[in-house]
Each structure stands twice: as C-alpha cells, then as structure tokens.
Design a protein around this ligand. Structure first.
Ligand code: ADP
Ligand code: MG
Length: 274
C-alpha cells in the first residue's frame, strides 16, 4: 500500500451533486476505504435517506437503528451513532435510516437548522483524543436542507461528474449554491475536487465531456478518471468497497489513485480576508 501524507487537521469533504446516479456514494465509500487502508482514520457520514453508503460499508441501517436522523433532529451526540465498518478497522460510518427523508421537512422550523450537523461533528471531533484524518459526507441527490447541512459542516466540496452528455447540466446551480453557502453560512467552504466517474474510453463523447470539465475546472479536476467497471457496481452488494472486493481491478486501482491525489494535494488554502 502506498504511504500517503496524513493531513495535520481533519479534512471534511462533502460529496455532492444534485443529480442521482453520478457516483457520489460509490466515490465516498471507495475513497474512504482507500484512505483508511493507507493508514488514515476515516469517517463516512451517510446523509442520504436511502442509506446506500451504510450498506456498502456493512453497517446496519434498519429503521429502528439510531442514525444521523436523531443527531439532526433530536440533538443525539454523533458519538452515539458512530459504527465501525466491516470494511476496515480505521473506517467508521454514521448510518442513515429512511427516517432521514422526513428530516428535510422537520428541520425547516428548527433553530439553527443549517448548522446542526456542523455542531454535532465539531463537538465529536473535539472530544476525540485521536480525531479522524478525513470525514466524507455522502449527500442525497437534492439541494435541500440535508445538503445545506453538509455544506456548512464541510471545508471542501467534492463533485463527482459522470462522463456523459448531460454531465454539466445543473452544475451552475450547484456552483451558485456553494457560493451562497460560502457567502452566508460557511466562509471556509471551497470546491476543492472534481472527480470524473463512469468513464467509457471507447466513446468520443466521454472524452469530450472529460476535456470540457478539465477546461472549466483545471485546478480542481483530478488527473485520475474512474472507469466504468462491473466490479465497482458489484462490490456494495457484498458490503464491501471495490478495493476489498477486487483489489487488483481497474476500479480499485483508480479509486486508490484518486485517493492518493487527494491526500498529496492536501486541503485547499483559505485566503485570510482581513
Ligand atoms: P449516486 O450516489 O450519485 O446516486 P452511486 O454511487 O450510487 O451514485 O452510483 C449509481 C450506480 O452506478 C450504482 O449502481 C453504482 O454501483 C454504479 N456505479 C458507480 N460508479 C460506477 C463505475 N465506476 N462503474 C460501474 N458502475 C458504477
Ligand atoms: Mg448516493
């Protein structure tokens, strides 16, 4: 396993794109697993009511389980719902249950409704003697209050982009939302990383989309591109990342390379504005 630099402070990355099926959950789980294998302590917070990240990490998310839902709406401490993954000893997960679907509406009338995840996460990190090196927040496919909570809790946004025709559609809305959050709720938020996913090198279209994304975001787009691979899509049904499921596969290799790039680039610098 490649030795990767560990960040001096916890890096909190939210994985976001209001489109479904672009590889948010797959990227959250596999990047987290790759970094955990390289020696980092990693937490994945599942913020999608579907609970796909919880499933992929082998963590129970039946509706009777306490989850990030109780953290957001009942002030349960995060430490009460952190579960070890079956994937790796340094990899934990805060599961989501289907109740989270209701949180989008329940949060509307709550005090500090945008800050609830931030406060819970900050409290948890401060209480740890050995805090996580990385926290990945897996967002639902919407720009509602759950995603806003993720943007406020995070320092970095990672956008997975599927290499297909409509890839860039909706991106400007996502970017302007990030800008609004930065202006009003979280001045330290940065779009740090764009990851091209489900790439099919046989099509010209995929190559064109990849090039277009690089032209728009030269500083953010990772060199590594995640190929479309059956092994990647099979792994979650075994409660595994593709890295454990098939270490030598192209999907595993590319997610390990993407994780290494993220680790080597480090956190984005925040310019002081005083
Ligand atoms: P999102 O979280 O954005 O909705 P997912 O990560 O769940 O997207 O991915 C959508 C579907 O595509 C899933 O069935 C997943 O297994 C599959 N998938 C994701 N990445 C790849 C890939 N690189 N190759 C093949 N299938 C993939
Ligand atoms: Mg998902």
């Amino acid at each position: 396993e490649a030795v990767l630099p560990l960040p001096p402070q916890t890096r909190v990355l939210t994985i976001s794109n209001q489109k479904g099926g672009v590889g948010k959950t797959t990227s959250a789980v596999n990047l987290a697993a790759a970094l955990a294998r390289s020696g980092a302590r990693v937490l994945v917070i599942d913020l999608d009511p579907q609970g796909n990240a919880s499933t992929a990490l082998g963590v129970d998310h039946q509706s009777e389980q306490q989850s990030v839902y109780e953290v957001l709406v009942s002030d349960l401490p995060l430490s009460a719902v952190v579960r070890p993954s079956t994937e790796h000893e340094h990899l934990d997960c805060v599961p989501a249950t289907i109740h989270l679907a209701g949180a989008e509406i329940e949060l509307v009338s709550m005090v500090a409704r945008e800050q609830r995840l931030r406060r819970a996460l900050d409290r948890h990190l401060e209480s740890m003697t050995e805090p996580y090196h990385y926290v990945f927040i897996d967002c639902p496919p919407s720009l509602g209050l759950l995603t806003i909570n993720a943007f406020v809790a995070a320092r970095e946004v990672l956008i997975p982009i599927q290499c297909e025709y409509y890839a860039l559609e909706g991106l400007s809305q996502l970017l302007s939302n990030i800008e609004l959050i930065e202006k009003h709720l979280n001045p330290t938020l940065r779009l740090s990383t764009i990851l091209l996913t489900m790439y099919d090198s046989r099509t010209n279209l995929a190559q064109q989309v990849a090039q277009e994304v690089r032209d728009h975001f030269p500083g953010q787009t990772l060199q590594t591109i995640i190929p479309r691979s059956v092994r990647v899509s099979e792994a979650p049904s075994y409660g595994q990342s593709v890295i454990t499921y098939d270490y030598g596969s192209s999907g595993s290799l590319s997610y390990r390379e993407a994780a290494a790039e993220i680790a080597r680039r480090g956190a984005p610098e925040i310019e002081e504005s005083n």
